[in-house]
Ligand binder design. Sequence first.
Ligand code: HEC
Length: 116
Amino acid sequence: MKRFGVAALALAVWAGPAWADDGGEAVFKSSCGACHSLSQNRVGPPLAGVVGRAAGAVSNYLYSAAIRNSGLIWTEDKLDAFLISPKTVVPDTKMTFNGIRDAVRRQALIAYLKSH
Ligand code: HEC
């Protein structure tokens, strides 16, 4: 039993950064969690179901006119571009976020959002 415990610990350490093995939940919590939840309005709108949704679609969230009138659909590609640099995709958005440069982290995050 003791041996098993040590092996499990070694495996956990070997697995590397948390976001690599948890489907992006850690990226969501650390990069988006200050402003977004999955299910409730916070500083930003809730993000459950956002992949494939029209921009500005949460009816009781007060979006900027820029997002509301953008006509965008949050496809995986659009979301990816937005997460690299929100203001490049929607110049007057009120989402003040510097973006995620690392493509692997963005992919993990988008996969996480897709599954919620
Ligand atoms: C500093 C706060 C903040 C952070 C951090 C932040 N956001 Fe936002 N987000 C906002 C705000 C505010 C809006 C509303 C933008 C508007 O109306 O212009 C928004 C809007 C969005 C939208 C558009 C949603 C819709 O319904 O059209 C998406 C998608 C989004 N955020 C994804 C993310 C993701 C993913 C992260 C993490 C990588 C993140 N945001 C980090 C504040 C933030």
